[in-house]
Design a protein around this ligand. Structure first.
Ligand SMILES: Cc1ncc(C[n+]2csc(CCOP(=O)(O)OP(=O)(O)O)c2C)c(N)n1
Length: 569
């Protein structure tokens, strides 16, 4: 159907089109390039016309992470707009995160005015000369699926629909659109477009029957098969497919550096978070959406073990190097691949070995869970607190409505997360600063959920906390932030200890560039934006403090922060 909208500029036509395509939010960090966009918002607002809700996000790392968080919960790309090359540069770490996490996003930036005079929108500020680059797209090209500059109104619809189709098609990832000011400022009276969009949107792919049959034969013949997974739960529906496969053949599932809830933690076949014991004896490893299922230099699988790789893109083609073997690879939507594999393998399996495996892994599961609980209890009175104890206290308060966003330090093994979509950990690209924004985006996407954002003190600082707390207050996004405050970058310290376990740094205890002491009073940063915030030092007080903070978040609908003083390792 063709639709006509009354608009005054290309910028307005752009907002009309984004709204028509289901984009609910524009996470924006504005500059002079935004003038036509802001003018268009003002007209549309005054006249009550459709537009994505404009969200002022005062740091790009938060803006991009919010779009990331929204999309990871809903599967839907939102729009981000930043200020020309400099805003793009500030956002880049977040774009790397989104790219490696296969998160869809319409990332856009103004483009410096092209003309020095003569057009509506021509250069009229000193920065308009220095803020032009030869090719703005090169700033992000390696980490987006597609980039383009909008060159005229006449191709607006094609460009936007193509951008949205590409970002949403698997393997998903951000796209980048630059918007020159003269083009946005172009005058017009009306804008006509197709509604719904006519751009092709390919559906999910599935592997062919022959490849599935080959994988099924290998799986059924294995005596000690294991699954290693990391990001299967990006598609929440895929979790049920893995459960069906694991149950049909009694295969233990190892989460390895997991970024999503891939398999219910209370399932008897959940085999924990360390694949090493499984790799010792596995004669088949089913690698499911895992970019790095083991460390070849530390513990590879046995050389005779068969490997099956299941992923949207089992080659991880955008990674320069990834040498993990695969005797068979099933490309396509894992929820379809795993279901097909379960159907093909189940009839081939030997019932007695399946039953024996089930008994063995169930008892391992119970033993491991008990060991973790015992460990947490043993640490319960340590002061400063142990992070395992902090994680246990948070884990004990998780209910069916809780979503945990974890940028380091929350130990998932101390909780029992069971529902797809209830747990998200830092992206594989590891661009710090993701957690605060991602949690805000998750809350925006799921207002009925309790979002708990766990961050290290380092991650908290990287997350531009003044900007994040501003957004939480400005847009009523009551998230509970828990800062695991060990006054250092332990990840960096650990890397030194592993790199030179008997070296100078370990022997002398001198480890420059790892300390965050004296630590700021993080609670004051949250309070500055109207949040409830406490510093917690007594382990016996932590549960009560968490409950108080959750009450504020749930009942008063205000953000909260706990600055939890943890041990320095
Ligand atoms: C943008 C960026 N800069 C630097 C790093 C390197 N880095 C990885 S982990 C880490 C420390 C994180 O500190 P914190 O959140 O306090 O957790 P901890 O390591 O203490 O557990 C750093 C600096 C990174 N991943 N991303």
């Amino acid at each position: 159907m063709r639709k006509q909208a009354s608009v005054e500029s290309t910028a307005e036509a752009y907002l009309e089109l984004l709204a028509a395509r289901g984009i609910e939010y524009l996470f924006a960090n504005a500059g002079t390039d935004f003038a036509p966009i802001i003018e268009a918002y003002a007209r549309r607002g005054a006249q009550g016309q459709a537009r994505p809700r404009p969200m002022t996000v005062p740091h790009e790392v938060v803006a991009v992470s919010m779009a990331h968080g929204f999309a990871m919960v809903t599967g839907k790309a939102q729009a981000v707009m930043v200020h020309v090359i400099v805003g793009t540069a500030n956002a880049l770490g977040g774009i790397m995160n989104a790219a490696r996490s296969n998160v869809p996003m319409l990332f856009s930036a103004g483009r410096n005015p092209i003309t020095e005079s003569g057009a509506v929108g021509s250069r009229d500020r000193p920065i308009h000369w220095a803020q032009e680059s030869f090719d703005q797209g090169t700033l992000v090209r390696e980490f987006v699926k597609w980039d383009y500059e909008l060159r005229s109104l006449s191709h607006l619809e094609t460009v936007v629909d193509r951008a949205l189709a590409i970002t949403h098609t698997e393997p998903q990832g951000p796209v980048y659109l630059t918007l020159p000011r003269e083009v946005l400022a172009e005058r017009l009276d009306a804008f006509e477009y197709s509604d719904p969009a006519r751009a092709p949107r390919p559906g999910p792919l599935r592997p062919d029957g022959e490849t599935v049959a080959e994988a099924a034969r290998l799986l059924a013949a294995a005596r000690n098969p294991i699954v290693i997974t990391k990001a299967l739960g990006r598609d929440p529906e895929a979790v049920a497919s893995l459960v069906a496969l694991a149950e049909a053949l009694a295969i233990p599932v190892f989460d390895h550096s997991h970024t999503h809830l891939n398999f219910p933690q209370d399932h008897p076949l959940h085999a924990g978070f360390d694949s090493a014991p499984g790799l010792d004896e596995a004669d088949l490893v089913l690698v499911v959406e895992s970019d790095a299922p083991w460390y070849p230099s530390i513990q590879p699988p046995r050389s005779e073990a068969k490997i099956i790789q299941v992923a949207v893109d089992p080659l991880f083609s955008r990674y320069p190097i990834r040498g993990f073997q695969g005797d068979v690879a099933l490309a396509g939507a894992p929820r379809l691949s795993l279901r097909a594999l379960a159907e093909a393998a189940a009839p081939l399996a030997d019932a007695a070995s399946v039953a024996a495996r089930r008994r063995r892994w169930e008892s391992e599961h119970n033993r491991r869970r008990e060991a973790r609980a015992t460990r947490a209890r043993a640490l319960a009175s340590d002061r400063p607190m142990d992070m395992a104890w902090v994680s246990r206290c948070i884990g004990d308060l998780v209910d069916r409505q809780t979503v945990i966003v974890n940028e380091y330090d929350f130990d998932a093994s101390q909780a029992t997360m069971t529902r797809p979509g209830s747990y998200f950990a830092a992206p594989p690209a590891g661009g710090l600063g993701w957690g605060l924004g991602a949690a805000l985006g998750a809350k925006l996407a799921a207002p009925g959920k309790t979002v708990i954002c766990c961050v290290g003190d380092g991650a908290y600082i990287f997350g531009a906390p003044t900007a994040a707390h501003f957004v939480a207050r400005a847009y009523d996004l009551p998230v509970l932030f828990v800062v695991f405050n060990n006054r250092m970058w332990n990840a960096v310290k650990r890397a030194v200890q592993t790199h030179a376990s008997e070296g100078w740094a370990v022997k002398t205890g001198i480890m420059p560039l790892t300390e965050l002491d004296p630590a700021p009073d993080y609670e004051l940063i949250c309070r500055a934006s109207g949040g409830h915030a406490e510093r917690v030092e007594d382990p016996a007080e932590l549960s009560a403090a968490l409950k108080r903070a959750l009450r504020v978040v749930r009942d008063e609908k205000r953000q909260a922060l706990l600055n939890v003083i943890c041990k320095k390792p």
